[in-house]
Each structure stands twice: as structure tokens, then as C-alpha cells.
Write a protein that binds this ligand. Structure first.
Ligand code: FAD
Length: 459
């Protein structure tokens, strides 16, 4: 029996239940990846290039026995399965809206050929849809979800071992779509990416467990300290599975480990929301917000461009946006501040900001990104109350108390010492010449945001 193992967001060999399932059932397995333009298009250079590098790493792990084709998976996968006379195609189940539609279509076409599509596991510790209230409905609020999620528990890591599988040589496959090399990296400009692939992810995890985990709860909100794991990109592409991390943490009840588990639960929660409400990737979860007025006319794109370029005149916001440009990543606390600024100080639609994040982030992830944006915008499930408007200056003074984070990313302000860097307009010599004045008056825009909220909330 021959199987196809169709890789998607599971670019690893360790703890890979779908690989283990393929290896158990089949005598020969063809490893396949389909470059799908519908996903590559909106991805942006950092995420695309990181994917290409992961594919090179995976191909190396499989001694080159990874068939890469380009096209619509709905045509490509059945065609590859026919070319190798496969009786099964194994996948890690995709729970996002596009992936579900695509897999339904692939499944139907495979069935017409007598081939079974077998999904084993998902990219989450607990599969979306599993954790429910006693009455069977989904949780809309994180805290009870997390409790039940923890009680539900997760499987032990899978003992997948690529060395025990007879992989089909892709060069010997005849009659299917043409094999293509991994595309060349995009031009990344000034952006520097972390090392890609499973080995790099495991190394990062090992370093974080040794040097960061114990203090994670205390340092995770301080962007200058680099106290977070930076594992989001590896989790997104499945170079690591959260179950692997949770198994390593088993029995560790330290504050750091507990806080870290909680963040992994957030990731699962937001995927659960997307599974139940696929339309939430594009639309307000709280439909009252459909009536919110946004500025989309004259001047709106110019404001967006200043925000994107880190030229708002608010140092904490600008430092975040410049970190994003330089690293394809931004610290979580600062993501919240820049998102709040776009929505409540600039009055732009949250999906404009979300779209920019999806093209600039190396860890851009539909469930985590769209729902965190909705959380900030007040329209999400379990959202921050709209009337709580982040003040970029007080947030900066609180979470970057020495100003080091701002000075690292905004060189124009390097001569301003300490937390005074958050208010350059108060500096003795005024705002440095090459740095902009604040583009808005925060107090006024806060009032304006509340006024608009009043229109939809009846306050
Ligand atoms: P750690 O602090 O080390 O956390 C460990 C892991 O937990 C992360 O790798 C991530 O998988 C998960 N996690 C942590 N915080 C969150 C959260 N708030 N929501 C969901 N999962 C979380 N995360 C993404 O992975 N992709 C995105 O596209 C994304 N967009 C965001 C947009 C906005 C506006 C905001 C406020 C947050 C967004 N996040 C997103 C969540 C969070 O900022 C990142 O997961 C985190 O900064 C990644 O860094 P880390 O791996 O060092 O995190």
C-alpha cells in the first residue's frame, strides 16, 4: 500500500501523528507539499520566505524525498495520488475556513478515485471544537475555556520517526504535476528572520526553557527585556507542536510555566473561536460594531502610511512598528498598543491594521491575528471594553520604564535618557529635528473614540 503524506502547517518530523499514521498503514509514503498561490499571495515576504526555508529544512530531514508542486491543491493532490497509485492521503487536519473548504473538495475528489483522506491531529493541543460548555455550546470567554481546556488534557507526543518509513523518491513519480524546486527567498529588505525549521524551533525552545521560562511571568510584559519565547513562528508553521511543549512542561507548576501554558491556551481558544465562527476572520464578532463609523475617506490612507512607517510621533507606537519592519515580529504588549492606536486614535477600521500585520508578520496567523485585533477593537469575543483606551505614553512609561525599547528601535531619540523618551515634546530642546511631532492629540482622539462608541452602544 502507498500513501501520500501531504504536509501543510506541520513542517516537522517529530511528534507528528499524521506521519505516524501514514507509516503504520502504508508500505511506502510519498511526502508532498503544494505551493498554493491563494495562501502565498497574501502572506507577505517574511512569512513566505520563512515557509520556503522551512521547506528546505524539511526536505533535508527527509533526504530530499519531498515532492513540491505548485498549483491548486484541489487538482494537484488527487493527481499526485493517482500518479503513485496511493490508497490513502494523510494530513494534519486544518481547522481554518479556507483549509476546511479546500479539504472538503479534495476529500470528495479523492473519494471518486477510491482514495481516503485521513486527518490525524490538528496544530493545537486540544482540537478546535472539542472544549465545550456542559450544554454543548462553545465558550465565548477565555477564562472558563482555559479551565476546561486544562482538564480536558492532551495526548502524549507521537512517536513518529521518519527513519522507519520507506519514502517514495519524488524523482520517480511520473504522470502527476511537475515537481518544482523550493522558490528563492523574497527580497526581505531590512527584515531579519529567525532560523527556520524544526531543529531551529527545538533549539529556541531549549534555550527559552533554560534562560527564560522561570522568569517569563515577570518579564513577558516588558518589551525591552526580550522575555518571551519567540516560538510563535515555529508554532504557526508546525515546526513545533504545542503538545511537545506541554509534555516538556508536565509537572512544572512554577509561575513561569503556568503563565506560558496560559498563552498556549489563548492560541487554542482563538482557533476554537474561528472554528465555530469562521466568518469572524473578516467580520465583527459583536455585530453592534458593524455600525461603528471609521475614517476611510480623504487622509485615511496617509494616516495608515504614517502608522505603518513608525512615524506617528508617539515613540512607543513607532518603536513597535519599526520592530515589525525590522524583525517581522513585534512584542505582544506593543502589538496591543499599536493596534489600539490605529483603531482609537486614528479611527481606522481594525481590518486595515490586521491586513498590514498579516503581510508584515513572520508569525501572521489568521485566528490569532484577526481575533487579537478584534479584542483590541472591542468587537471580539471576550473583548477589552471599548471605553478602555490605551494611552501610548503612560503604557510606554509603565512597560518600558527605562525607555530602552524605544531607543533600540527609534535612533532619532537616542539622546533622550530614561523614560523621558516617551514624551520627546517635553525635551529641553524640543522634539529632535528628524522625529515627527505627535500626529494627533491623544486626549481629543480618546474623546472622539468614546463619542463614536456612544453612537453604537447607546451610552
Ligand atoms: P510568548 O509570550 O512566548 O507566548 C508563547 C506562545 O503563546 C506564542 O508563541 C503564541 O503561540 C501564544 N500566544 C501568546 N500570546 C498570545 C495571544 N495574545 N493570542 C494567541 N496566542 C498567543 N500571534 C500570532 O501567533 N500570530 C499573529 O498573527 C498574532 N497577531 C496579533 C495581533 C495583535 C493585534 C495582538 C495584540 C496579538 C497578536 N498575536 C499574534 C499574539 C501575540 O502577540 C504573539 O503570539 C506573541 O507576541 C508571539 O511572541 P512569543 O512567541 O514570544 O510569545
Amino acid at each position: 500500500e502507498t500513501s501520500v503524506l501531504w504536509f501543510r502547517r506541520d513542517l516537522r518530523c517529530g511528534d507528528h501523528p499524521a506521519m505516524a499514521a501514514a507509516g503504520e498503514r502504508a508500505d511506502r509514503v510519498l511526502a508532498l507539499f503544494v505551493l498554493d498561490d491563494r495562501l502565498l499571495g497574501p502572506a507577505g515576504a517574511p512569512r513566505r520566505t520563512f515557509l520556503f526555508r522551512c521547506l528546505r529544512a524539511l526536505s533535508e530531514q527527509l533526504d530530499g524525498r519531498l515532492l513540491i508542486v505548485r498549483g491548486d491543491p484541489v487538482e494537484a493532490v488527487p493527481s499526485v495520488a493517482r500518479a503513485v497509485s496511493a490508497s490513502t492521503v494523510h494530513v494534519t487536519t486544518d481547522t481554518g475556513p479556507y483549509g476546511r473548504r479546500r479539504d472538503d473538495a479534495v476529500c470528495r475528489l479523492l473519494a471518486d478515485q477510491g482514495v481516503e483522506l485521513i486527518g490525524t491531529g490538528t496544530p493545537y493541543a486540544v482540537s478546535p471544537g472539542r472544549v465545550r460548555k456542559p450544554d454543548g455550546t462553545p465558550y465565548r470567554v477565555f477564562t472558563p475555556f482555559r479551565r476546561v481546556w486544562g482538564d480536558h488534557g492532551w495526548r502524549q507526543p507521537s512517536a513518529s520517526d521518519p527513519a522507519e518509513i520507506a519514502w517514495v523518491d519524488p524523482d520517480a513519480v511520473r504522470g502527476g504535476p511537475a515537481s518544482v524546486p523550493v522558490p528563492a527567498d523574497d527580497d526581505l529588505g531590512e527584515t531579519r528572520l529567525p532560523a527556520a525549521g524544526e531543529r531551529a524551533g527545538l533549539d529556541r525552545w531549549a534555550d527559552f526553557r533554560t534562560d527564560g521560562l522561570a522568569e517569563y511571568d515577570r518579564k513577558r510584559d516588558r518589551p525591552a527585556l526580550d522575555g518571551t519565547s519567540r516560538l510563535s513562528v515555529y508554532l504557526h508553521w508546525g515546526c513545533l507542536h504545542p503538545r511537545t511543549l506541554l509534555a516538556d512542561l508536565a509537572g512544572d507548576q512554577g509561575e513561569g510555566a503556568n503563565a506560558f501554558r496560559r498563552e498556549l491556551a489563548w492560541r487554542d481558544f482563538l482557533a476554537d473561536v474561528l472554528w465555530h465562527r469562521p466568518e469572524s476572520a473578516r467580520r465583527n464578532l459583536d455585530r453592534r460594531f458593524d455600525g461603528m463609523t471609521h475614517d476611510t475617506g480623504a487622509g485615511a490612507y496617509e494616516r495608515l502610511a504614517r502608522w505603518q512607517a513608525g512615524q506617528t510621533g508617539f515613540p512607543f507606537v513607532d518603536a513597535g512598528m519599526r520592530q515589525l519592519a525590522r524583525e517581522g515580529w513585534m512584542h505582544n504588549r506593543v502589538r496591543m498598543i499599536v493596534a489600539s492606536f490605529l483603531v482609537k486614535d486614528l479611527h481606522l477600521p481594525w481590518w486595515w491594521g490586521a491586513r498590514h500585520f498579516m503581510s508584515a508578520l513572520v508569525d501572521g496567523d489568521l485566528a490569532s491575528n484577526q481575533h487579537n485585533w478584534q479584542w483590541v477593537a472591542g468587537s471580539g469575543t471576550d473583548a477589552a471594553p471599548y471605553f478602555r483606551v490605551f494611552n501610548p505614553v503612560t503604557q510606554g512609561r509603565r512597560f518600558d520604564p527605562d525607555g530602552d525599547y524605544v531607543r533600540r528601535y527609534v535612533p532619532e531619540l537616542r539622546t533622550i535618557e530614561g523614560k523621558a523618551v516617551h514624551e520627546p515634546w517635553k525635551a529641553k530642546d524640543g522634539v529632535p529635528e528628524d522625529y515627527p511631532e505627535p500626529m494627533v492629540d491623544h486626549a481629543e482622539e480618546r474623546q472622539e473614540a468614546l463619542r463614536r462608541y456612544g453612537e453604537i452602544s447607546g451610552r
